[in-house]
Design a protein around this ligand. Structure first.
Ligand SMILES: Cc1cc2nc3c(=O)[nH]c(=O)nc-3n(C[C@H](O)[C@H](O)[C@H](O)COP(=O)(O)OP(=O)(O)OC[C@H]3O[C@@H](n4cnc5c(N)ncnc54)[C@H](O)[C@@H]3O)c2cc1C
Length: 546
């Protein structure tokens, strides 16, 4: 008979680790099961090219450094090796014709910059922030709460009764930035809505432009010294110091349900008894079609789960450089994550190409150079660079440029040819690229799909985040909460409110619910009995390869 745990946690993305950290600190016995070879999910730092340290997936944590989990766990995370390095200039844009703009963490500096580009754009920026201002506290408060809770429902009803807020909510990103005269301002701000899962002309995407602006002002473009995985290892240390167990190389295959409650989690080797709760960092398709496939789930909910939708894919290129990038605009040495762009319309076209299954010919994408702030990641005088292209299809059926031969898949050759296209665009903005490139590693949607089942066919954001799959419709209309229809099974992670990104918020919300600090509407019926039994177990990762 396997050891029983108060909480069995499926998956070890940062949200799952945050829940595990809170529960183990509160005295719960906790085990985290991770199918991959080490914990952290998309927080993974590797020497992809010998001597050069890259973040293979997520790199920047501006959303996490403003989270309640960081506020509460920050000192322990720091004691376990997590140190953030930040910048006062989180983003900017370089246009093909050489024009540039930078965005600062203070409104005053950005207003001055925007007025330099077009007189009056500074005032337009101030107006954008002022429009959202009456609603900011409510909206940012909701990011840290269960949307299905009575308190949140009241806040949402009040917000939606206000016509000015409702209008903001349904705008597109283009509508938000049309107020600016300069193409630089438009191309600098609107693409951040794409990082939040939207497209330039999508209703519902507009509000995410000022929200992203506020998030960047608050969080800058923080990166962990030494790499993104430092957050995962610091969280793991908290879990293990408090007696929790992290077991890698172990996929959860079933959640065993008896009398309407989860009683065990099955792996290929054993059945682990559950005392209080299962927390699954999985999408609803995996949850209802696989993990709970023997739990008698309502067929209508299974039907919804089978229609859970994924969004566009991502190509991420990691470069080793013989020297730092020589930006024509010197200010870019200090910019956290600028976009390279041919302007707002081309960005919109690239999104449309991706949605139509075509490789975009002229995407707008980010460039970041971690060695500008963290020289430890490359040998002296050398540099690393990350290019992130998020307008690509997960299953390409053609090339908008008519140059790359494509037949439905991200084959190695499609990946290489597309990376060449991206590098040639970079070279038009930064003259010493591609000559300075001495090593390259490319991740395609196919690679993402192989690494993490939560990315479906290769969607970096773990599911579409359009209006039809957001807010109270996420992750599913029939499961509009972190609590699933099996009352002691909870979900965290990118497909759950408040969505993707290294923000740690779903992990925090579920920890609060389990520790009785908040209660969701559906949670009332669950009567989870918290047995605060502190069982210290040996704290090593249990490497069990299937
Ligand atoms: C290429 C790329 C770049 C990105 N860059 C950024 C960035 O710079 N900044 C940012 O904020 N966001 C970025 N994102 C998004 C961000 O990484 C994710 O939204 C976030 O990390 C998701 O965290 P999570 O808690 O949902 O768990 P994940 O990181 O998705 O981890 C889930 C884990 O669960 C495991 N798992 C799933 N099912 C099972 C099972 N049945 N049994 C055992 N284990 C299981 C998986 O193997 C995985 O390790 C990026 C994403 C990608 C793909």
């Amino acid at each position: 008979m396997s050891q029983s745990y108060d909480a069995v946690i499926i998956g070890s993305g940062h949200n799952a680790l945050i829940t595990a950290a809170y529960l183990s600190r509160a005295g719960w016995s906790v085990i985290v099961l991770e199918q991959n070879d080490r914990p952290g999910g998309l927080l993974r730092t590797e020497e992809l090219i010998p001597g050069f340290v890259h973040d293979v997936y997520a790199a920047a944590h501006p959303l996490f450094v403003t989270s309640p989990a960081f506020a509460e766990l920050g000192a322990e995370l720091a004691a376990n090796g997590l140190e953030y390095i930040n910048t006062d200039v989180p983003t900017g844009v370089s246009l093909l014709d050489g024009r540039t703009a930078v965005f600062s963490r203070t409104a005053e500096a950005t207003i001055t910059e925007l007025d330099r580009l077009a007189n009056g754009d500074g005032a337009a920026f101030a107006a954008m922030l002022a429009e959202l201002d009456p609603f900011v506290d409510d909206v940012f408060g909701l990011f840290n709460r269960e949307l299905a809770s009575p308190e949140s429902q009241k806040t949402i009803a009040n917000l939606m009764r206000n016509g000015r807020f409702a209008a903001l909510l349904f705008q597109s990103p283009r509508m938000q930035v049309e107020r600016f005269k300069s193409p630089e301002a438009r191309a600098m701000l609107a693409p951040w809505a794409i990082h939040l899962g939207h497209t330039i002309d999508e209703p519902g995407g507009g509000i995410w432009v000022p929200l992203a602006v506020l998030a960047l002002m608050a969080g800058g473009m923080a990166i962990p010294a030494g790499g993104s995985e430092r957050l995962a290892s610091a969280l793991v240390a908290i879990v293990e110091d408090n007696g929790g167990t992290i077991r890698v190389g172990t996929a959860a295959t079933r959640i065993v349900v008896k009398n309407g409650r989860a009683v065990a989690v099955r792996t290929p080797d054993e059945e682990i008894p559950v005392g209080n709760a299962v927390v699954a960092s999985v999408n609803p398709d995996q949850l209802y079609l696989n993990l709970l496939s023997e739990a008698g789930i309502d067929p209508l909910l299974r039907e919804q789960a089978s229609h859970f939708r994924y969004g566009r894919g991502c190509v991420q290129i990691s470069l080793a450089l013989s020297e730092p990038p020589r930006w024509p605009d010197e200010r870019f040495r200090g910019v956290g994550q600028p976009h390279l762009s041919s302007g707002l319309d081309n960005c919109a076209l690239a999104c449309a190409h991706g949605a139509a299954g075509l490789l975009p010919v002229d995407p707008t994408f980010t460039v970041d150079c971690a060695t500008d702030r963290d020289p430890s990641r490359a040998p002296p005088g050398k540099a690393v660079m990350r290019l992130q292209v998020i307008e690509v299809p997960t299953s390409p059926r053609g090339d908008a440029g008519g140059e790359i031969s494509v037949a439905g898949e991200w084959t190695d050759s499609v990946k290489e040819r597309f990376a060449e296209r991206i590098l040639s665009i970079v070279g038009r903005h930064i003259p010493n690229i591609p000559d300075a490139v001495i090593g390259m590693h490319v991740v395609s949607p196919r690679d993402l799909a192989a690494f993490n089942p939560n990315l479906g066919p290769g969607d970096p954001y773990g599911g579409a985040h359009d209006l039809a799959q957001s807010y109270m419709l996420s992750p599913l209309p029939g499961h509009p909460s972190h609590q699933s229809v099996v009352p002691n099974v909870y979900t965290v992670g990118a497909s759950t409110w408040p969505g993707h990104g290294v923000n740690g918020r779903s992990g925090y919300i579920v920890a609060q619910a389990l520790l009785g600090k908040t209660r969701s509407r559906t949670a009332r019926s669950s009567a989870v009995r918290v047995q605060r039994t502190r069982r210290r177990s040996a704290g090593q990762h249990d490497a069990k390869r299937p």
